[in-house]
Design a binder for this molecule. Structure first.
Ligand SMILES: *[C@@H]1O[C@H](CO)[C@@H](O)[C@H](O)[C@H]1NC(C)=O
Length: 419
C-alpha cells in the first residue's frame, strides 16, 4: 500500500517533465527557463481551449485573463523584491489620440525652446493579446522616455476577437497621423525631425505598414524619421520559409500558432490552417499572384546562403483557388508590408530591424532588410544568434533572459544614436 503514493508521485513527475521538456538547439541560452515559460504558455492555451470548448469563455479572453493574473502575481513579487520599477521623472497619462486610447510618457521638461524626441510604439501579441500598459512594455517605454528624453506614445489599438483587419491597422494609422500633426508635436515640444515608429512582432507589422502609408501620403507634412521593427510579422503567403521550417517547434511562437494569428487577424475561418501550412493559398496557378509579386518574398533570391542552406521552396501547383478570394487581406500590403513595391519602400524611413536566429519570422525580417536596402533605404540589422521570438518582452526580473536584456540595450543605443 505504501508503494501507491510513490508510484503516483513518480508518474506525475514524469508526466510533468514530459510536458515541460522540449528539445532545444544548443545555441539557445538558459534553455530550462525557456522550457518552463513555454510550458506555462501551452498550459494557458490548453486551459483556454478547454474553456472555449465548454462554452465558458472565448479562448482569447481566457488567455488575457490568465496573463493578467500572472502579471498581477509578478507585480506583487516585483514590488517586494525590487523598487527600480517606477521612474520618478516620467509623467504618464492615459488619454486618446483621434479616439484611439494611448498611454503617453513625458520626460521632465527641458529648458525653454528645448525640443524632445518622439516615439510611437505598437505592442505585439498576434493582434489578439497584449497591452502597452502591461508587463515589460510599460517599463521599456518609461525607460526610453527617461533615458532618451523622448515623448513615447504607446497605442492601445483594438484586438481580435473584438475586431479584425483592417481595424487594428487603421487604429494605429489614425493615432500616428494625430501624433505627427504639427499641433500635437508642438504641444509636447517634440522635434518634427526626430519622430520614430516602433513595434515588436505583430506591433512590428503595424509599425512597418503605418510607416509605409505615411511615407507615401503626400498630405502628411511631418513623417516618421526612423522605423524600428523588432522581429516583425511581414507576410502570410509563405509559411514554408527556411525559418518557418527550422523553428516550427521553437518556443514561444510555434508555427501553427502564427498561422492561427494570421487567420484570426484576417477574419478567416480557423479551419483553413492546414491548407495554409502547406502553402495551398499561394499556389502557382493563382494568377493574382504575379511573378513580380512573388519575387518580393522569394527567399531563394532574397536570403543569403547562410539561411537558405539546403532548403527547397514549397510552391504547390494547384492548391485551393478560393482561399485568396475568401481572404482578400492576404494580398493587402497593409497586412503584409513585405509585399510593397520598390517605389514604396524607397520612400520609407531609415530602419532598425531586429531578427532572431530561432524565430519562424526570421527570414521575412531578413528579406525586408534586403528589400529596403535594395530600394536605397539605410538599414541596421541586429541579428541575435541566440535570440528567440518574444525575448524583447523578457527583460525584467523574474522573467528575464540575457538575450532579451541585450536586445533592449541595443534598441536604446540605436535610438540614442539614430533618432
Ligand atoms: C492542398 O491542395 C491540394 C490540391 O488542391 C489538395 O489535394 C490538398 O488536399 C490540399 N491540402 C490540404 C492540407 O488541404
Amino acid at each position: 500500500m505504501r508503494l501507491l503514493p510513490l508510484v503516483v508521485t513518480v508518474v506525475l513527475t514524469v508526466a510533468l517533465a514530459y510536458y515541460i521538456y522540449i528539445p532545444l538547439p544548443d545555441g539557445i541560452q538558459e534553455p530550462w527557463k525557456l522550457m518552463f515559460l513555454d510550458a506555462a504558455f501551452r498550459a494557458t492555451m490548453h486551459l483556454a481551449s478547454l474553456k472555449h470548448w465548454l462554452g465558458i469563455d472565448h479562448y482569447v479572453t481566457s488567455i488575457r485573463g490568465s496573463t493578467a493574473a500572472f502579471e498581477g502575481t509578478m507585480k506583487g513579487l516585483m514590488s517586494s523584491e525590487s523598487s527600480g520599477a517606477v521612474i520618478p521623472g516620467v509623467k504618464v497619462s492615459d488619454i486618446d489620440f483621434a479616439g484611439i486610447p494611448v498611454r503617453v510618457y513625458e520626460p521632465p521638461a527641458g529648458g525653454e525652446g528645448h525640443l524632445r524626441r518622439g516615439l510611437m510604439f505598437f505592442h505585439g501579441g498576434g493582434w489578439a493579446l497584449g497591452s502597452g500598459k502591461k508587463g515589460s512594455y510599460d517599463e521599456t517605454n518609461r525607460m526610453v522616455s527617461d533615458e532618451l528624453n523622448t515623448v513615447v506614445v504607446s497605442v492601445e489599438y483594438r484586438l481580435y476577437p473584438e475586431v479584425h483587419f483592417p481595424v487594428p491597422y487603421l487604429d494605429c494609422l489614425a493615432a500616428a497621423k494625430h501624433f505627427l500633426s504639427p499641433e500635437v508635436l508642438a504641444k509636447y515640444a517634440i522635434d518634427p525631425e526626430r519622430v520614430a515608429v516602433s513595434g515588436d512582432s505583430a506591433g512590428g507589422n503595424l509599425a512597418a505598414a503605418v510607416a509605409q502609408e505615411i511615407s507615401i501620403d503626400d498630405s502628411a507634412s511631418v513623417k516618421f524619421s526612423v522605423q524600428v521593427l523588432i522581429y516583425p510579422v511581414l507576410q502570410a503567403l509563405d509559411f514554408n520559409t527556411p525559418s518557418y521550417i527550422e523553428n516550427q517547434h521553437i518556443p514561444i511562437l510555434h508555427r501553427p500558432i502564427m498561422v492561427q494569428f494570421w487567420l484570426q487577424y484576417l477574419g478567416a475561418d480557423l479551419s483553413l490552417q492546414p491548407q495554409m501550412l502547406v502553402n495551398n493559398h499561394s499556389a502557382s496557378q493563382h494568377s493574382t499572384i504575379t511573378p513580380e509579386l512573388r519575387s518580393r518574398l522569394d527567399w531563394t533570391t532574397l536570403l543569403s546562403q547562410k539561411y537558405k542552406k539546403n532548403h527547397k521552396p514549397l510552391v504547390v501547383e494547384k492548391g485551393s483557388h478560393e482561399l485568396l478570394k475568401e481572404i482578400p487581406g492576404l494580398l493587402d500590403v497593409r497586412s503584409s508590408p513585405l509585399l510593397a513595391g520598390p517605389e514604396v519602400l524607397a520612400k520609407c524611413p531609415r530602419a532598425y530591424v531586429v531578427t532572431c536566429e530561432y524565430d519562424v519570422l526570421r527570414d521575412e525580417g531578413l528579406m525586408y532588410v534586403r528589400r529596403l536596402q535594395d530600394a536605397g533605404v539605410t538599414v541596421t540589422n541586429d541579428h541575435y544568434e541566440d535570440g528567440f521570438h518574444g525575448c524583447f518582452s523578457f527583460t525584467m526580473w523574474p522573467m528575464e533572459f540575457d538575450v532579451g536584456k541585450r536586445m533592449l540595450r541595443g534598441y536604446i543605443n540605436w535610438l540614442q544614436n539614430n533618432l
